[in-house]
Design a protein around this ligand. Structure first.
Ligand code: ATP
Length: 260
């Protein structure tokens, strides 16, 4: 779906909570946003669940936009949630994506509707950001966490594993970054030691975090690149992330295990 965000709409102030809103889509929906949850009540003639509660701890972002049809005066906003859900045919749970889309058509003016949609999106984003420490399992101590807006350099070794790292990135990661409005620069490594040289010379003030999508080898290069810098003591404090894209992914699996 095409997104047409106007600068005016983007700067719309967030309303104070609790915030109630109404969406006039196929079924009429009433939303109630509090500091911790978004509750949707469907006023529908068809049977089924009429009330759904979304925990804002699970919300990574919310975007407002115009629809693809220029004759549609309505605007939309979509909130993205990743709650823990039971896996199909398995005893385990994993975060699974749920999106909730609303249409706003309070007046005939498309820009006014977009501004209203952005107000709601803003309110959901702000409330979710307050809840983010609970999602990240933060307690009082420990290293400081990266907070949005977080500028990320993502290094992908396209030959990692079975040569599917880039496909995994575009299929799974890219969409999440867009949903969470994380600005990123994607670098595809072209040869052995490419990441090492790049990180050794990079202006690290441009990045809040470095993320690699590969196996252990590329992370090894990045850490070596940071340690080879003159400012290595500061450089090595840069938050690093690893997304499994290699064949073994031993480090990513181990970090995941110990973070549970
Ligand atoms: N474009 C590239 N062409 C060839 N080699 C590369 C390229 N980019 C990175 N490399 C090198 O490939 C090596 C292996 O990569 P990586 O560890 O990411 O994957 P893997 O070996 O498949 O995964 P795992 O470590 O989980 O087994 C790295 O040490 C890196 O130096």
């Amino acid at each position: 779906m095409e997104q047409l965000e106007s600068p005016a709409a983007r700067s719309a102030p967030a309303p104070s909570l609790p915030f109630r809103f109404q969406s006039l889509g196929r079924d009429c929906e009433l939303g109630n946003l509090t500091e911790s949850a978004l509750t949707i009540k469907r006023i529908s003639s068809s049977p089924g669940r009429t009330k759904v509660v979304f925990d804002l701890t699970d919300c990574v972002g919310c975007r407002a936009y115009r629809g693809p049809d220029s004759s549609d005066v309505g605007a939309y906003f979509t909130a993205y949630f990743y709650p823990f859900k039971r896996r199909w045919m398995s005893a385990g749970v994993a975060r699974q994506r749920v999106e909730q889309c609303f249409r706003v058509a309070l007046v005939q003016d498309p820009l006014a509707n977009l501004q209203e949609a952005e107000r709601w999106a803003h309110a959901i984003r702000d409330a979710s950001a307050v809840q983010a420490p609970r999602r990240d399992g933060e307690c009082g101590s420990g290293p400081p966490k990266v907070r949005p807006p977080c500028r990320v350099m993502i290094l992908v070794n396209p030959h990692s594993g079975r040569g599917q790292a880039l496909q995994l990135f575009t299929g799974h990661i890219q969409g999440m970054l867009t949903e969470a409005a994380v600005p990123y620069t994607l670098v595809l490594t072209e040869h052995k030691n490419h990441a090492r040289e790049l990180v050794r010379k990079a202006d690290l003030t441009k990045w809040d975090a470095l993320v690699i999508m590969s196996g252990d080898g590329l992370l090894f290069e990045v850490i070596n690149g940071l340690m080879e810098r003159e400012d290595w003591q500061e450089a090595i404090q840069t938050p690093l992330g690893i997304l499994p894209g290699g064949s073994g992914n031993a480090l990513a699996a181990s970090i995941h295990h110990y973070s549970q």
